[in-house]
Design a protein. Structure first.
Length: 335
């Protein structure tokens, strides 16, 4: 019963997270600017194709997040789908019938589209499982840095004077420290883990968003509708939430999409350096790190590196293409 309760709680969190994102986007896209951008985005076929690839990665990552009750321990929906793929005892080349061994090329239990790793696990399955790590890092980090960046950016642009000076001093100080060094230092203090990595990335990730929101807020505060709202006696909180926030949300969405790709890359770099995802957690960076010794083998084991690098490349490329499409949709002057 306790296991079922734990699984129910985790699966509910996943569903609530997706529902919350859908609700926020639905409430934020009711303005004329969003509708015009949506109509322009529908004509951008390259952007739509990139969006389809992103949705596919999200779907695969969700299958690894949703856990199922089982007597065999940890079991996810992706495990259920891939249950027919056998595990080997050693390396196997893509679509090979015998183990990747010169001394003892034993017959395999089955064929593997992208081969297997050193533990005999199917490389394609491991690559798909690593999508979960990328989504968790991107999602948790965005939950941390977006509210901080939006709040501080709007406060700096709206109140100006000493508030602006203080916030600028804060993010200038953080930006002056090399990001990788700060991330490694935070992770060495907090320890390894996806949660601690998200906290570390969130601490350093809000700076760019705060600068962007501050600049847009400064521009919006000079417009007549803000002057009219102040003349009508509306409170600062109402002006910020009802007028300024909806007019900067498009920048938040664009920054979220483009920033997500940067977070995925950073996770891969940190895992490659050995301070990223914990041992045993499927990660593209971890797979690339393990490939360092595989490339020195004779014959060379190349498929693990190729699989992880290709998946990382596809997700980052799709996020960047879709982010550029969003930028063009909201600002047609860039086309």
């Amino acid at each position: 019963m306790a296991l079922l309760d734990q699984l129910w709680f985790q699966n509910t969190l996943v569903l609530i997270g997706y529902a919350l994102v859908a609700s926020l986007l639905s409430s934020a896209t009711k303005g004329e600017r969003w509708q015009a951008a949506s109509s322009r985005l529908k004509r951008d076929y390259v952007g739509i194709a990139a969006f389809v690839v992103i949705v596919l990665f999200v779907f695969i990552g969700s299958m690894e997040m949703i856990r199922l009750p089982s007597n065999e321990g940890r079991r996810t929906l992706l495990d259920l789908v891939t249950t027919g793929i056998p595990q080997e005892k050693e390396y196997a080349a893509p679509m090979a019938t015998h183990a990747f061994s010169v001394a003892n090329p034993r017959p395999l239990n089955g064929r593997h589209l992208l081969g297997t790793d050193t533990l005999g696990r199917d490389t394609l399955v491991q690559t798909l499982r690593a999508t979960r790590t990328a989504l968790i890092i991107g999602g948790l980090t965005s939950i941390i840095y977006i509210p901080i960046g939006v709040l501080l950016g709007i406060m700096a642009g709206y109140y100006k004077r000493w508030v602006d000076d203080l916030i600028q001093y804060l993010y200038s100080t953080i930006a002056s420290v090399p990001e990788i060094l700060m991330l490694v230092a935070i992770l060495m203090v907090l320890g390894k883990g996806l949660g601690t990595m998200s906290i570390a990335l969130g601490i350093t990730g809000w700076v760019g968003l705060a600068r962007l929101i501050r600049g847009e807020t400064l521009r919006q505060t000079e417009k007549p509708y803000i002057t009219a709202a102040k003349a009508m006696g509306q409170s600062d909180w109402k002006i910020i939430t009802r007028h300024l926030l909806p007019n900067v949300m498009h920048l938040v969405v664009i920054k979220f999409v483009l920033g997500f790709s940067g977070l995925v890359l950073t996770e891969a770099v940190l895992s490659y350096l050995g301070v990223g995802a914990p041992i045993g957690t499927a990660s593209w960076g971890g797979m690339i790190d393990a490939s360092r010794s595989e490339l020195s083998r004779d014959p060379v084991v190349w498929w693990n590196l190729t699989s992880a690098a290709t998946a990382l490349f596809l997700l980052v490329l799709s996020l960047n293409i879709f982010g550029d499409s969003l930028r063009r949709a909201f600002d047609p002057r860039q086309t």
